[in-house]
Write a protein that binds this ligand. Structure first.
Ligand code: ZN
Length: 158
């Protein structure tokens, strides 16, 4: 079941501004949903993304995939941040959905929590918890924002 590479939805498309829908647990193991997860992963890899959220390929479902260097990419279904560090850090971010008129990715400084704890369901439908810091923490916060219709450019100039 290979993934198909999908088109990326770009800002200011309204799909990127919707609050995405929670996935019912029984849907996770369904064949068409598993295919969708593969499509999301294949698209992230093809576009060289650090992560990709479902709305970025036009689907308002609460699903993200995050690139892992060991190729065991992290699927977060219905992710929820349950803890955030007080400590924050500003770093440059970009987004496959936010490009300039020449199609180049726009970057900007965003303040994020240094560490987060996140609960989610994995692609087998098992409930999981992850504690993340550094880059992974930043990517998780960026991708979950997408599920709430928030783009990193909303955090600029604060
Ligand atoms: Zn993004």
């Amino acid at each position: 079941m290979n993934g198909n590479i999908k088109d990326i939805v770009h800002h200011p498309h309204p799909i990127l501004r919707k609050v995405s829908t929670t996935i019912p647990g029984k849907k996770i193991k369904q064949k068409n949903f598993q295919q969708f997860l593969n499509d999301l992963e294949a698209t992230m890899l093809a576009k060289d993304g650090a992560g990709l959220a479902a709305p970025q390929i036009g689907v308002n479902d609460r699903v993200v995939v995050i690139f892992r260097p060991d190729n065991k990419h992290l699927f977060l279904i219905n992710p929820q941040i349950t803890k955030k560090s007080w400590g924050k850090k500003v770093e440059e971010e970009g987004c496959l959905s936010v490009i300039d008129e020449k199609g180049r990715i726009i970057y900007g400084p965003v303040e994020r929590h240094k560490r987060v704890t996140c609960i989610y369901y994995d692609r087998e439908g098992k409930k999981k918890k992850i504690q993340a810091d550094e880059r992974l923490s930043r990517v998780i916060q960026h991708e979950i924002d997408h599920l709430d219709g928030i783009l990193f450019i909303d955090h600029l100039n604060k």
